[in-house]
Design a protein around this ligand. Structure first.
Ligand code: DHB
Ligand code: FE
Length: 280
């Protein structure tokens, strides 16, 4: 039986990827951020999974306004890093796990979550920046990745409650897969940020840190927070944080072990959070 051993949460700011790719990670602006991720990188090196189930959002890269899947699961064998306007990032190809992905799709859809099946898509900074933050600059990513894309770009977005329940269905799916795989689930995006309009540049440290506290201690309660509170308190793009509830919902019930917690402002226009929870 496969199992979910841990969950990782991290922001996915594109400028972080550019800082790494352009060799700027030691510059004074970036150094505190990358130093803050060192314990997370060491943790991942010591706790290498067989597969990462990576929850992220596509930023109008693979999907346009023509087709907007609420939840899309990548069942392909591989995914190219996307060209988001400056050429594809110089990072490895992402290898998928079609067999586990198809199993999860079967189980979760039969559990009444209507997923879109994706057999080909480029992956943007939402997926590649978390891999860079957690793995550095390897020649190949350490394991296969199942991309799971959530619409948080175009209204209506899924509720935190739905995301949390979906996480529970994903745990059930993984645990019914007949192979002894160690799976990690990663939730990405956030934390507080707003990239446009009169409130551009909004950061809310207090709300972000309470979100982290509640994600650890009271995820079911946190899942009841309505989308409008994310937008009001964490900015229009702060709504990306609902994706963290998918990863949290996939953890065992009961208290997880906090392996690492880090919060930093700013990276570009964004507050950055990183949390690692292990199943007890
Ligand atoms: C930016 C883009 C993102 O998708 C995000 O999550 C945070 C910041 C940006 O363009 O700065
Ligand atoms: Fe984003």
């Amino acid at each position: 039986m496969a199992r979910i051993s841990a969950s990782v949460y991290t922001s996915h700011v594109p400028a972080i990827g550019a800082a790494l790719d352009l060799g700027k990670s030691e510059e004074p602006y970036w150094q505190p951020l990358f130093r803050g991720y060192e314990p997370a990188k060491a943790w991942l090196a010591a706790n290498k999974p067989d597969v990462v189930f990576l929850v992220y959002n596509d930023h109008a890269t693979a999907f346009s306004l023509e087709i907007i899947p609420t939840f899309a699961i990548g069942c392909a064998a591989e995914y190219q890093p996307a060209d988001e306007g400056w050429g594809p990032r110089p990072v490895p190809m992402v290898k998928g796990h079609p067999e586990l992905a198809a199993h999860i799709a079967q189980s979760v859809i039969q559990d009444d979550f209507d997923l879109t099946i994706v057999n080909a898509m480029p992956v943007d900074h939402g997926l590649t920046v978390p891999l860079s933050l957690m793995c550095g600059q390897p020649k190949a990513w350490p394991c296969p990745v199942i991309p799971f894309a959530v619409n948080v770009v175009q209204y209506p977005v899924p509720s935190g409650r739905r995301c949390f329940q979906l996480g529970q269905a994903i745990r059930k799916a993984v645990e019914s897969y007949d192979a002894p795989l160690n799976v990690q689930i990663w939730g990405t995006g956030g934390m507080s940020h707003q990239l446009q309009g009169p409130r551009a540049g909004l950061i809310n440290r207090d709300w972000d840190n309470k979100f982290l506290d509640r994600l650890i201690e009271d995820p079911a309660g946190l899942a009841q927070v309505p989308h409008i509170e994310y937008v009001r308190e964490a900015g229009s793009e702060g709504i990306e944080l609902v994706m963290w509830l998918i990863a949290r919902g996939a953890m065992n019930p009961g208290k997880p072990r906090v392996a690492h917690r880090f919060y930093h402002v700013p990276a570009s226009n964004t507050a950055v959070g990183n949390l690692i929870l292990e199943n007890a």
